[in-house]
Structure formats: structure tokens, C-alpha cells
Design a protein around this ligand. Structure first.
Ligand SMILES: [Mg+2]
Length: 382
């Protein structure tokens, strides 16, 4: 069973939580500090009730509600809150995935009382952050995400073997995540109206109309696997980190240590999302070179920190500089695939076991409890 948490009107709710004057009022969060010329990136439930929603030009929103409250988006505040919620959720001890800034998933197959757990999570989030969350529970990721939207805000929906088909029959097919306008048009032409219509189609049929995407959709809908990587992969396009050094450095060992550290951070996030990357992109900048950036793609996707590091070093070598003066550097992995490795070699299996052990130690005892020794060089000098 997967428990999917979707924060209710996340950015707007946070603004209302930190400024009580905004509570109970129609509010929009704009992406730019120009109230009449921006786009609504979040609307409070009071604003939603007036027909205002994210994606709408703010001017239009003000026409619908002239005394609308306006706040400029403060990403760092939302990211901070999101990370705090993630920490709170991880403490429940289930495998936890960061799906997006306002969505999280827990594999609760071992939980005895899913409904009770969902209520406890809602209560704890509310007590800590003064905001609400909606929760969906179902046998896989895509259905739990769908369920989380059924009783918004502050709702819980559990799709069981008994109520699944009955519930899906009431939900339009386009509500399923990943269904775009084009796919919706295809469904319309074939008379697929509800999620149940879709759910009951055979894999052969879905493949005949949507190709590989149809097969993926069938597998996502019917899978009983915990954490199906497919849908996460479509949400994340790349994973990256960058760092500005405290001063310019031309110490190759120090720079390599930083690349190793960034590789560790990026690959760990890939593993948490159950994805692997074929492409590594490295950029470096310093006083003598404006910006060196290059990438390389490999046939085999990887989520192994050391492998990412080796690939990054190869990219650095293509720059051809003998000595480098570096002030900032960044590493990004893209071209992502579900991490379904088939490990054949004994050495690969050993490596996999080692990575799993290191990850579990860091998960249990805190990040950077254990890491490759070379990283101490970066940490010491930063
Ligand atoms: Mg949300």
C-alpha cells in the first residue's frame, strides 16, 4: 500500500499560516512582485471558491475578486517547509519518497491501521505547520495520488479492493495524473470517460492506442509494487547540485573532493527517487574561464555516486586545462530511467550491497554519518 500526501493549496496555506491576517481570505501567490502582471502560482481555498486557480493571469483573478489578497512567492520558505514535512514523515519509519515540493509518498505495506496513520499524519502536520494535507491510500503510486485528490481539502480517501471500481467509475479519466489534453482527446473519441473505463482496458488495447505509454499506464494502474519508478521519472527531469567555494581554488585534490561530494549528493537523490541517469553534466567557473560546461551520455544509466564521479572526471578532462582555478561548480544528472538494474556480476552485486548499506546508515543516523574519505577534504576547507 502507498500513502500519498498532497498538501492543500500549499504556498497559499503557508502564507496564511505565517500571517494570520490572511487567514480565511481569498489570497493568491504571484510568481512576480507585480500584482497585476503576474501569474497565479497558488490560490487559497477561499480564492478557489471564486473560480480563481493557479496558472491564471493575476489580472483576471483581480477581476473576479477586486479585494483579493496578494503575496509574492517566497520559494525558500516553501522549500524549507517542504523539507521539514519530509523529515517529519520519514520519522514514521516507512520508506518515504519526495515526489514534489508539496507531495510525498510512503510505502505503508507494513502499517496495521492505514486510516489511523493517515489521521495521525494530518494532525501532526497541522500541529507543526498550521496547514492541512489530503491523503490518498491505494495499492500503487498512481492510484494513491488520484485518491489524495478525491476529498480535498483535509481529506482522506482509501481505495480498497472492495471500493476501487465503484470509486474509479465516478472519476473522469482526465483526472489521472499524466493524462494530457491529447491523450484525453483520444480517450474521448474511444468513449473512455472514467478512470474505471481506463482501468478495465487490456494492456494490448492501451498499447494499440498509446504505444509504450499505454503499456506504462496499464502497468502503473495495476502494479502492486511499492514505489513504481515510472511515474516519478516523468515528474523529475534532472537532479543537480552546485556549490560556490569560499575562495578561488586551484588545488586539484580539493576540486575533485567537491566533485565527489556533489556526486554523492546527486546520486543519493537519484536513489531516493528510484531512478538512474544516463547523462552527467558538469560545469565549472573561475576567474580565468567564464564558464566551462560539458556533458556526456552513457549507455548504462547509473545511480552509483562513484560512477557519477568517474563520469564527471572524464568530462572535466575534456576541458583540457592543465591547472584549473575554480570558484564555483555544479553537477547535474539527466536522461533519467527507472532504476531496474539486473545485476549479473558478483562485483556489481557487492557494490550494490555496499551502497544500500551506506544509504541505510545515513538514513538511520543522519546524512553524512558515513561518506567516502576524500570528501573530508572538501568539508574541512569549506
Ligand atoms: Mg497540492
Amino acid at each position: 500500500m502507498i500513502l500519498h500526501i498532497d498538501m492543500d493549496a500549499f504556498f497559499a496555506s503557508i502564507e496564511q499560516a505565517v500571517n494570520p491576517k490572511l487567514k480565511g481570505k481569498p489570497l493568491i501567490v504571484g510568481s512576480r512582485n507585480n500584482r497585476l502582471h503576474t501569474v497565479v502560482c497558488a490560490a487559497s481555498y477561499e480564492a478557489k471558491a471564486l473560480g480563481i486557480d493557479s496558472g491564471m493571469p493575476s489580472l483576471e483573478a483581480f477581476k473576479l475578486c477586486p479585494n483579493l489578497e496578494f503575496v509574492v512567492a517566497d520559494q525558500s520558505k516553501y522549500i524549507w517547509t517542504s523539507e521539514q514535512i519530509f523529515e517529519l514523515l520519514k520519522a514514521y519509519g516507512f520508506e518515504t519518497i519526495y515526489s514534489s515540493i508539496d507531495e510525498f509518498q510512503l510505502d505503508i505495506s507494513e502499517a496495521e491501521d492505514p486510516q489511523g496513520l493517515a489521521k495521525t499524519i494530518q494532525k501532526q502536520i497541522y500541529e507543526n505547520f498550521n496547514i492541512t494535507a489530503s491523503i490518498g491510500i491505494a495499492k500503487n503510486c498512481i492510484l494513491s495520488k488520484l485518491a489524495s485528490k478525491l476529498n480535498k481539502p483535509n481529506g482522506i480517501a482509501i481505495l480498497t479492493h472492495e471500493n476501487l471500481e465503484w470509486t474509479l467509475a465516478k472519476v473522469p479519466a482526465k483526472k489521472l495524473c499524466g493524462i494530457g489534453i491529447q491523450t484525453e482527446a483520444i480517450f474521448d473519441s474511444l468513449g473512455i470517460k472514467t478512470c474505471l473505463d481506463l482501468y478495465l482496458k487490456s494492456p494490448q488495447f492501451l498499447e494499440s492506442i498509446l504505444g509504450q505509454n499505454g503499456l506504462n499506464l496499464y502497468m502503473a494502474l495495476h502494479s502492486k509494487d511499492s514505489f513504481n519508478a515510472m511515474q516519478k521519472e516523468s515528474e523529475v527531469k534532472s537532479v543537480g547540485h552546485s556549490y560556490t567555494l569560499p575562495r578561488v581554488s586551484e588545488n586539484t585534490g580539493f576540486i575533485r573532493a567537491w566533485i565527489r561530494l556533489l556526486s554523492e549528493m546527486v546520486a543519493r537523490r537519484l536513489r531516493q527517487k528510484n531512478i538512474a541517469a544516463k547523462t552527467v553534466h558538469l560545469w565549472l567557473s573561475g576567474p580565468e574561464m567564464a564558464h566551462f560546461g560539458a556533458q556526456k551520455s552513457y549507455k548504462e544509466p547509473t545511480d552509483d555516486s562513484h560512477e557519477v564521479y568517474l563520469r564527471a572526471l572524464k568530462i572535466m578532462a575534456t576541458g583540457g586545462q592543465k591547472t584549473l582555478k575554480i570558484r564555483a561548480l555544479g553537477l547535474t544528472c539527466s536522461n533519467l530511467f527507472p532504476a531496474n538494474r539486473l545485476l549479473l556480476l558478483k562485483e556489481e552485486k557487492r557494490r550494490e550491497a555496499l551502497i544500500k548499506t551506506l544509504d541505510s546508515i545515513n538514513t538511520k543516523l543522519g546524512d553524512w554519518t558515513i561518506y567516502p574519505a576524500v570528501i573530508t577534504l572538501a568539508k574541512k576547507n569549506s
